[in-house]
Ligand binder design. Structure first.
Ligand SMILES: *[C@@H]1O[C@H](CO)[C@@H](O)[C@H](O)[C@H]1NC(C)=O
Ligand SMILES: *[C@@H]1O[C@H](CO)[C@@H](O)[C@H](O)[C@H]1NC(C)=O
Ligand SMILES: *[C@@H]1O[C@H](CO)[C@@H](O)[C@H](O)[C@H]1NC(C)=O
Length: 440
């Protein structure tokens, strides 16, 4: 009897251990009783008919003939060319297998919208910015999902304007939600965004899971997912391959971000795989509203510029604190870990050079890398050193031979255990500093 009980309890504990932690509880998938198809509104998926009016009318119908439980807008297989359009609350945009929503390349059909108050201007150019391809402002209960259909930003046209210096205003994101809550994006492929891919800003309760985000490695500023001045954001089980940071947590730019004062907090990033010439998981560089309580775990990175990059600058102000990176595997990268206080440009010359960011309590636990040319580079600020930088169980190995660069640090304090190759002197301590001891 006892043996049976012991055996049963072992089986139970194995079953519990195997249950994956997911973000599905934050914004659950909702069933919509009311369903409409884009073809009911004259939508034609032949790749050349412009469907902007069809999408706008379908969304207008959802907004004004609101049905209990919301409405699902079905996009069947086919290529639906369209200009940008606004989403509305209580809707699901459902892309069937083989459905493509493709952005037009006509700048005339891209309305300009106001700059974000926490940026004070467009991120690239002064003044307004092009609205995102799929846009949501002041919404709640919005789902973008389906059977891995594609949202195609046709970014090449915008990347060339950027390369040629002919951009008049800041390029559009492919998906942006502003001031919105209860947003779920899952089971879609997002490709060739003109600029950042998925940008939740001033949002709460956002779940992004089972998404594939693709843009060529040389596409400029095609960040994958940028939670910005947002809270309770959960990103998981996704593949991202772009030309800039795969995930970058932000919170506004210099004096505008400081004045707006809205942090990013409670951000979870897990089971994300990807590749990029820039960073895998980044915090910054625009962090003027503060960033706290971030957990990134079970991340797999290949052919990277930098595995993990925490970046800020003089004039940013704000804080970056209580950030944990755990179980990260990096294969081939210029740098494994970089923390730096001198990254990124300023919106204008009105930034306050005395607004120094505070960077503290950053934990790295179980970070493994092969073919990593430099394991770590940490450059704090002389007048605002980075503190509580905790390293444990870190193995970041280079290629054999003399080409590997050692750890390099300045203006930083913290502690380390089991770090190979051995870290810089600043982080080698026999006694652990207070904030690190909780983590070892
Ligand atoms: C879409 O939303 C933006 C921002 O809220 C607004 O400026 C614009 O007028 C809307 N466009 C349409 C076509 O409804
Ligand atoms: C969609 O892609 C995800 C991976 O991102 C995969 O887990 C899922 O099975 C796919 N679903 C369908 C219907 O193909
Ligand atoms: C630190 O962040 C984690 C999430 O990664 C959170 O669970 C924890 O409560 C935070 N700690 C403090 C002291 O806020």
């Amino acid at each position: 009897m006892l043996r049976v009980l012991v055996c049963l309890s072992i089986m139970l504990s194995v079953a519990v251990a195997e249950e994956l932690i997911t973000c599905s509880g934050i914004v659950p998938m909702r069933y919509r009783n009311d369903k409409i198809s884009i073809t009911d509104f004259g939508g034609v998926g032949d790749g050349s008919t412009l469907n902007t009016e069809a999408f706008r009318e379908a969304i207008f119908r959802i907004q004004h003939l609101s049905r209990r439980g919301g409405t699902l807008l079905y996009v069947p297989p086919g290529v639906f060319l369209t200009g940008p359009f606004n989403l509305t609350s209580h809707m699901t945009l459902y892309l069937a297998s083989g459905a493509v929503i493709k952005a037009t390349q006509n700048t005339q059909s891209w309305p300009l919208i106001a700059p974000l108050p926490s940026y004070g201007r467009g991120r690239e150019r002064p003044g307004g910015r092009y609205m995102s391809f799929l846009h949501g402002d002041g919404l709640h209960d919005v789902i973008i999902t389906g059977e891995n259909g594609t949202i195609d930003g046709q970014g090449g046209f915008w990347w060339n304007m950027w390369r040629q210096g002919t951009l008049q205003f800041t390029r559009p994101n492919i998906i942006e939600f502003v001031n919105s809550e209860s947003i779920l994006i899952s089971n879609v492929v997002v490709k060739n965004s003109p600029f950042w891919n998925i940008h939740p800003v001033y949002c709460s309760n956002v779940v992004i899971r089972y998404v594939t985000i693709l843009a060529p490695p040389d596409s400029p500023n095609t960040d994958g997912i940028d939670p910005d001045s947002s809270s309770s954001v959960c990103i998981e089980d996704s593949f991202i391959s772009t030309g800039d940071d795969l995930v970058a947590v932000k919170s506004g730019w210099d004096e505008y971000g400081i004045a707006y004062g809205r942090p990013s907090s409670d951000i979870t990033i897990r089971r994300v795989t990807g590749t990029s010439p820039f960073a895998g998981i980044a915090v910054g560089s625009e962090t003027s509203g503060g960033v706290e309580n971030v957990l990134a775990e079970n991340i797999n990175l290949y052919n990277m510029g930098i595995g993990i990059h925490v970046k800020t600058n003089t004039g940013r102000g704000g804080f970056i604190r209580n950030i944990t990176f755990s179980n990260v595997y990096i294969e081939k990268a210029r740098k494994g870990i970089k923390l730096a206080g001198d990254v990124g440009d300023h919106p204008d010359d009105k930034f306050n050079p005395n607004a120094l960011p505070v960077v503290k309590d950053i934990t790295f636990n179980s970070i493994w890398g092969v073919k990593v040319l430099q394991p770590g580079l940490i450059q704090g600020l002389k007048n605002s050193p980075f503190t509580g930088i905790c390293l444990s169980n870190i193995n970041l190995h280079g290629v054999p031979g003399p080409s590997s660069t050692p750890w390099k640090c300045s203006d930083v304090s913290g502690a380390s255990v089991q770090v190979s190759p051995s870290p810089c002197a600043e982080l080698i301590s026999t006694h652990q500093d207070g904030s690190c001891s909780d983590h070892f």
